[in-house]
Design a protein around this ligand. Structure first.
Ligand SMILES: Nc1ncnc2c1ncn2[C@@H]1O[C@H](COP(=O)(O)OP(=O)(O)OP(=O)(O)O)[C@@H](O)[C@H]1O
Ligand SMILES: [Mg+2]
Length: 287
């Protein structure tokens, strides 16, 4: 569904401040996958995802969405922007309409949907991100930071994109709010067969949600593998300024101390399933 062939991106090419942000990135993402995108600050995550809906054009290489080459004259880039929904980093700064409802309706309106359909989608998307109907007629500027973030996410969800890309959607939100939003995204992904790419600095969130993890390092693909396989490579991740989930660190340290617990544990549920029988055995031995 998404294919990159030797993609590179250089900011301010030819100028004195030229900066290579991406180098030789080749990868394929299948329909319906949930991809976690991680990497140290400046590794090229935001640059990469902004190329997937044509916001940035690669300086070299090719990008295909559903077989259509981006930025080629035969490809309808308007349609690509509807198909690939991008929630940028700090999207709350991009709200601009008089009311929340109008802001969420912006995308569907551009798609040329009927007023009834637009209203339906606005209600659906607002509900998905946990915005109460009473907020729809307010000015987005009267909302809290967390609520603004939800409005921005709802605006993209309302377009019902085939691919949903989120750049740090929960940064700065409180833990309850972030769990709620991530749960809804997971739910949409499952129910609507939506392909999701989630950029996050939270290894816990990535561990809970992703099928595969793409690790970027200094503008290149360092790893692209199943979640458990990536989190088995803790030492390499640490060298790239990254981490593994806290629970992986705990179970790895238990294993080093001789506890017979397998590698590649990255959720608390997995750890519990592994440790409970061991604790029961130990308890029985002591009794
Ligand atoms: N508009 C720009 N002009 C020049 N250089 C840029 C611009 N945007 C990003 N860069 C540079 O390109 C590289 C990749 O940046 P990018 O924003 O893609 O990283 P990131 O992985 O998203 O980082 P973060 O985790 O901080 O969001 C960095 O070295 C950055 O300084
Ligand atoms: Mg970024």
């Amino acid at each position: 569904m998404i294919k990159l062939e030797q993609v590179g991106y250089v900011y301010m090419q030819g100028g004195p401040f030229e900066k290579t942000a991406l180098n030789n990135v080749s990868l394929t993402i299948n329909r319906g996958e949930f991809i976690g995108l991680i990497g140290h600050t400046g590794s090229g995550k935001s640059t990469l995802i902004q190329m997937l809906n044509g916001l940035l054009k690669p300086t070299s290489g090719k990008i295909f969405i559903d077989g259509k080459e981006l930025n080629s004259k035969d490809t309808d880039m308007r349609q690509i922007r509807f198909d690939v929904g991008l929630v940028m980093q700090y999207p709350e700064y991009q709200l601009f309409e008089e009311t929340v409802a109008k802001d969420i309706a912006f995308g569907p309106t551009n798609m040329g949907l009927s007023p009834e359909e637009i209203e339906e989608r606005v209600k659906f998307a607002a509900n998905m991100v946990g915005l109460k109907p009473a907020l729809l007629d307010k000015s987005p500027f009267d909302l809290s930071g967390g609520q603004k973030r939800r409005v921005a996410i709802a605006g993209v969800l309302a377009m019902e994109p085939k691919v949903l890309i989120l750049d740090e959607p929960t940064a700065g939100l409180d833990p309850a709010g972030r769990d709620e939003i991530l749960f809804k995204i997971k739910d949409m992904h499952e129910r609507m067969d939506m392909t999701v790419i989630l950029v996050s600095h939270s290894m816990e969130d990535i561990a809970k949600l992703a099928d595969r993890i793409l690790v970027m390092n200094q503008g290149e693909v360092a790893m692209f593998d199943r979640t458990d396989a990536v989190f088995r490579r803790g030492e390499e991740l640490t060298r790239m300024g990254l981490n593994v989930p806290q629970i992986t660190r705990i179970t790895d340290s238990l294993r080093k101390q001789g506890v017979p617990i397998r590698e590649g544990i990255y959720t608390v549920e997995d750890a519990l399933n592994e440790l409970a029988p061991l604790l029961r055995q130990e308890g029985a031995r002591l009794c």
